[in-house]
Ligand binder design. Structure first.
Ligand SMILES: Cc1cc2nc3c(=O)[nH]c(=O)nc-3n(C[C@H](O)[C@H](O)[C@H](O)COP(=O)(O)O)c2cc1C
Length: 441
């Protein structure tokens, strides 16, 4: 968690305004949960729950409910809500006289914009729920949609919410180093990026760095040439952090959106470490976010960054064993948990990791050896898919170790899985350390 508040509503605190209010979140990387908790502040006495913890009885028992629901994958439910969708949401159910509203979180760059939020809304409607107000679709950090939601909450809370929604500002972090950690790999180049803050900053393992990227000046130059504006130096500077639209050089300028990266380091280290794969873009350059961090930004220069907690992937109780499963740059989010375990001590940790080449793809190898030697990392299983003698993936490691994993689960292990699909081609989130999930405890 950063030292500065991410967001805050000031509300008149009056009695039990919300004792009949259920506030539900379905979140992959913490945004929906954060907004659900902020929304709860408007309804003292309200209950906040994750969608997957609900059943027909809990829905029937509620009189009013707010659903704050993200979409993940390709129009999918967040991982932990998938089972709920496949079972409870498979058909309309009797939810009694429930009044509800939905805030759907998404990103318009995906064709299935807010699709899961829309499905939740449709299912609640089909189940007999009555709308408190129309669904609000929230694209990234769309302030207008946030305000719309906030105003609707004010109306049903029956009390004005003083409108001081505060978002943490991006702060300039110093890019201390970038190290190419997989030379010779058959996969894309991966860099270990180290950044230090302008002021002491804290976060918990699992947190995500939101980085505001800037274009490679060469890309801006090509764009100016295409739209015939090469003689406009002010525009050249302005465009460095704006979306470059191919269609119309005179369209209103829109700021580039932030990119999310899992933080590999713990706050006690004083630096944020990221693992970033340089992702090719259709124009022959690098993707905007990965290009900025792995090539364009100068060492010693400033990177605008802010940190977001990811409670669904937060640290487990130190007395509980942890199983960390992931591949590629997804190792970043797992490293934060390993390092945390090493720092605070606790129950055993087990890492299952997949990459392409055993000879070239071993980020953090020396540190992992040290952690194994000092007992912080009890067991490590690796799979290298491109090695002739291996040819296997991390899921094969999991299948092979199924019995032992069940034993660990019986001992209460927290299991952290990182999905690292690069399914969105050249879309802007491609190439980042994928958002991890803590899929079971
Ligand atoms: C891998 C990935 C896939 C996503 N897929 C979609 C999608 O299909 N449709 C959509 O509207 N948003 C999609 N999003 C955007 C998220 O819904 C958005 O970032 C949201 O704020 C995440 O909320 P959360 O932090 O609560 O999970 C995707 C984001 C990621 C990282």
């Amino acid at each position: 968690m950063g030292l500065r508040p991410v967001a805050n509503w000031t509300i008149p605190s009056t009695g039990t305004l919300g004792s009949d209010m259920l506030i539900v979140h379905a979140s992959q990387t913490g945004n929906a949960e954060r907004i659900a908790r902020l929304s709860a502040a408007a309804f003292p006495g309200a209950t906040v729950r994750a969608l997957e913890t609900l059943d027909q009885d809990s829905l029937r028992a509620a009189r009013r409910a707010l659903f704050v629901v993200a979409t993940y994958g390709e129009g999918d439910a967040p991982d932990r809500a998938r089972k709920f969708e496949a079972t409870t949401m498979a058909a309309p159910i009797d939810i009694g006289a429930l009044d509800y509203a939905v805030l759907a979180l998404g990103d318009r760059e995906y064709p299935d914009f807010c699709a899961f939020g829309h499905r939740v809304d449709a299912w609640l409607h089909a189940s007999g729920g009555r709308l408190l107000f129309d669904r609000v679709d929230l694209d990234g950090a769309d302030i207008d949609a946030e305000r719309q939601w906030q105003q609707q909450l004010s109306a049903i809370a029956g009390a004005a919410i003083r409108s001081n929604w505060q978002r943490a500002d991006y702060a300039p972090w110093t890019l201390v180093s970038r190290e190419h950690v997989n030379p010779g790999s058959p996969g894309g180049a991966v860099y270990r990026i180290v950044l230090t803050p302008y002021a002491p900053t804290i976060w918990t393992p699992g947190a995500i760095a939101e980085v505001l990227p800037r274009h490679d000046p060469a890309r801006v130059e090509r764009w100016l040439a295409r739209v015939g504006r090469c003689d406009d130096p002010a525009l050249r500077e302005t465009l460095l952090d704006k979306v470059l639209r191919d269609d119309d050089g005179d369209a209103p300028l829109q700021a580039l959106a932030h990119r999310d990266y899992s933080i590999a380091s713990i706050a006690a280290s004083g630096a944020v470490e990221l693992l970033v794969r340089a992702c090719p873009a259709p124009d022959g350059g690098l993707g905007i976010g990965s290009g900025w961090l792995t090539k364009v930004a100068p060492i010693g220069g400033a990177i605008l960054l802010r940190i977001r907690d990811n409670p669904g992937f937060g640290p487990a109780d130190p007395t509980v064993p942890i199983v960390l499963i992931g591949n590629g740059t997804g190792l970043a989010g797992l490293m934060a948990h390993l390092r945390d375990r090493a720092a605070v001590g606790g129950a055993p940790a087990w890492l299952l990791y997949g990459e392409r080449s055993g000879a070239h793809d071993r980020p953090f190898a020396a540190e992992l050896e040290t952690l194994s030697a000092d007992g912080s990392l009890t067991r490590i299983d690796r799979a290298f898919s491109r090695d002739a003698e291996c040819g296997r993936y991390v899921q094969h490691l999991v299948a092979d170790a199924a019995d032992e994993m069940l034993e660990w689960a019986d001992r209460g292990a927290a299991i952290y899985c990182v999905r690292q699909p690069c399914r969105h081609g050249e879309r802007r989130r491609c190439g980042v350390a994928r958002h991890p999930r803590r899929c079971a405890t």
